[in-house]
Design a binder for this molecule. Structure first.
Ligand code: GTP
Length: 354
């Protein structure tokens, strides 16, 4: 049995994280001191997986430039690029020429987890499955793929984004955690060169033949696909709720970042390299990209700032505000809630209602 290879899907447009993903693919979004997908490579390496294919689509150059052939990250890394968006199954199929292992591990490129991959593969072998899907418990499965299992853990039902009628209140919901083990037979089901969704098309097909299994686990799990979950992932890394190779602590300050004596940074703030925080400013539970300038007495709370954002004196960014790269929030402007400031723009305060 050869060591498993991994295919990491990193080609989506990341629309829910716009405008931050206007300028970078979601897997290159920083998570504390490194791009998000670097944490996934760390996780793979811990389980002995050293041969990785990045299946790219949207903005592949940023990934290539940062990771190269993977040598600096302890893995052999190769790339395939969708000629056009191929969907989650098409993107796996597109990597087929680079796969020579007996089986592959597939990862969505936006999942932070400490899942025991070794145990996942062991169950896959034991059951003789064609595919095994890692599952995680959630309270509300409606934004995910709800999976129901038979007693032997074979998949009974795979319902992508279930509607209210699909749900049975009180049921312990298990969802697709975005990590799979696939046999070559599963890959052979995916037609080449066309857009195919693994969740909506391939898995229901395999499940119908009772060859798809689930692997439920209480491991730490979070997808970083929305501003809220992206922020929460930072909180979890900084508070060591999940073990990573990033530093935990009240705040992370990138190299060269300067914080004035009278400013308060933290709890749970992450500032990229080369930021400046002026006197009297407060930054908590927020993420500030490289080169951010936070003016005197400005206040950030649950805000996400892209690269090179300038926040003026006494500006207020609270409760889910997302600011695109190189945008400016002028002095005194107050923004709160799920406001998105476009890349390179100057934010204006919302007009008072009425
Ligand atoms: P949203 O637009 O916000 O839904 O994000 P997304 O485009 O990343 O889609 P989603 O979160 O459903 O994708 C799950 C994973 O698959 C992510 O890691 C994506 O990068 C990846 N992915 C999604 N679609 C494609 C595709 O067509 N090609 C490739 N190569 N990867 C994809």
């Amino acid at each position: 049995m050869t060591a498993p290879q991994a295919v990491v899907l990193v080609g989506g447009e990341g629309t829910r994280l716009r405008p931050l993903t206007d300028t970078r693919p979601k897997p290159m979004m920083p998570l504390v001191d490194r791009p998000f997908v670097a944490h996934q490579l760390d996780h793979l390496r811990r389980h002995g997986v050293q041969d990785v294919v990045f299946s790219c689509g949207y903005r592949p150059d940023a990934l290539r430039e940062f990771f190269g052939d993977g040598e600096g990250h302890g893995v052999r890394l190769r790339y395939v690029v969708d000629p056009e968006p191929l969907g989650t199954a098409g993107a796996v199929r597109n990597a087929r020429d680079l796969i020579d292992a007996d089986r592959i591990l597939v990862f969505n490129g936006d999942i932070l987890t400490d899942l025991d991959l070794t145990a996942l593969v062991a169950q896959h072998e034991r059951t003789g499955a064609e595919g095994t899907v890692a599952l995680t418990p959630v309270d509300d499965p409606s934004a995910y793929g709800l999976v129901r299992l038979h007693d032997d853990r074979s998949v009974q039902e795979f319902l992508e984004k279930p509607s209210r009628e699909d749900l049975r209140p009180g049921e312990p919901y298990l969802i697709n955690a975005g990590t799979y083990v696939l046999e070559p037979a599963a890959l052979s089901r995916i037609p080449a060169g066309v857009k195919v969704s693994i969740e909506r098309q391939t898995f229901p097909l395999i499940a119908a033949e009772r060859a798809l299994y689930g692997f439920p686990s209480d491991a730490y799990w979070r997808d970083i696909g929305t501003p809220d979950s992206y922020l929460d992932a930072h909180m979890d890394v900084l508070s060591a709720a999940v073990g990573t190779n990033s530093p935990a602590g009240d705040a992370y300050l990138g190299p060269g970042t300067q914080v004035a004596d009278g400013a308060r940074v933290g709890p749970l703030a992450s500032l990229g390299p080369g930021c400046v925080v002026a006197d009297g400013a407060a930054v908590d539970r927020s993420v500030v990209g490289p080169g951010g300038r936070i003016g005197a007495r400005a206040s950030l709370r649950r805000a996400i700032l892209g690269e090179g954002v300038v926040v003026g004196e006494e500006a207020v960014l609270h409760d889910g505000v997302v600011v695109g790269d190189r945008a400016t929030v002028p002095a005194g402007v107050r923004l709160a809630g799920p406001v998105r400031v476009p890349t390179g723009s100057t934010a204006a305060e919302p007009a008072p209602a009425g």
